[in-house]
Design a protein around this ligand. Structure first.
Ligand SMILES: Nc1ncnc2c1ncn2[C@@H]1O[C@H](COP(=O)(O)OP(=O)(O)OP(=O)(O)O)[C@@H](O)[C@H]1O
Ligand SMILES: [Mg+2]
Length: 277
């Protein structure tokens, strides 16, 4: 087997509230020893009930949360809390709330150009402007968006812009934490379809966090199920979502049966949400 792109070993995060007087009171063991291995080019899903530690795990991978214990290896090198610029670039996160990832005071063009210049990904202003326009093409947004500020856009459009922002630095791993759950159901499918297309076309590796098992089934290759800070089951999407071995996964699946299946028709690039028969 080839070496994984991302390898997480015995990851733990404990949050301590200020009111702890010794003992375990005031401590939240959000992640309690997670092992994860994500291969280059695959879409790996992390699912589980609310509070099971998915976002905390994702933030550790993206360098936004310091682990209490454990190691994270990326492309064969350890990811220390003080990441170098290249490591920070290589792993980008897309958040649930597209509003928070865009600076309200900057036009989309200015924000993209700034990122490109900070990371020295464009030599000169004209090259940066060209690249910013290409990024909008990539996420299916009109180039006129370059001159507008985030408030001019809908939630779905902002999430597309958030994706463009993440892709600007040419990452190899995209961490997407519930990227569509804040969006209207009617536009969720098109944003998911975009993510899947980009993942395939750009050869991205994706760590995809979701509650929606119907989405995971169609978008991801492998899946790990989290409960109470631990991974209780892991395997291919086919295995885990059709023949779950953990009781917890069965419960999760049972709870998900009322979700309409998402039909990501990649051939025709037409996302549709089928109504349940
Ligand atoms: N900064 C923090 N300080 C204290 N506790 C936290 C912090 N962040 C998360 N927690 C706690 O850690 C646990 C795991 O939270 P986390 O956000 O990782 O769960 P999650 O699986 O992403 O849940 P959801 O599906 O609701 O997003 C929860 O009990 C949460 O309340
Ligand atoms: Mg979360």
């Amino acid at each position: 087997m080839t070496e994984p792109l991302l390898d997480v070993r015995d990851l733990a995060v404990t949050f301590t509230s200020g009111r702890s007087w010794g003992g375990d009171r005031g401590r939240v063991h959000a992640v309690r020893g997670v092992d994860l291995s994500v291969r280059a080019g695959e879409a790996f899903a992390l699912v589980g009930e609310s509070g099971s530690g998915k976002s905390t795990t994702a933030k550790c991978v993206a360098g936004l949360q310091r682990p209490t214990r454990g190691s994270i290896t990326f492309a064969g090198a350890p990811l220390d809390p003080a990441r170098d610029r290249g490591q920070r670039r290589a792993i980008q996160m897309i958040f649930q709330d597209p509003y928070s990832s865009l600076n309200p005071r900057m036009t989309i063009g200015a924000a993209l150009i700034e990122i490109l210049r900070v990371h020295r990904l464009a030599s000169g202003r004209a090259a940066a402007e060209r690249r910013a326009a290409e990024l909008l093409d990539l996420v299916g947004m009109p180039r006129s968006a370059l001159d507008q500020r985030p408030r001019a856009f809908s939630g779905g459009q902002r999430q597309r812009l958030g994706i463009a922002r993440a892709l600007a630095v040419e990452p190899s791993l995209l961490v997407a934490d519930e990227p569509v759950s804040a969006l209207d159901v009617s536009i969720q499918a098109s944003v998911l379809l975009l993510l899947k297309q980009l993942q395939r076309e750009l050869g991205l590796t994706m760590l995809f966090i979701s509650h929606d098992l119907a989405v995971v089934r169609q978008l991801c290759d492998r899946v790990a199920v989290m409960a109470d800070g631990l991974i209780v089951e892991e395997g291919t999407v086919g295995q885990v979502l059709t023949e779950p071995s953990a009781d917890f996964t069965r419960t999760l699946l049972a709870a998900a049966t009322d979700l309409p299946p998402l039909d990501l028709d990649l051939e025709h690039r037409q996302p549709t949400r089928r109504s349940t028969p």
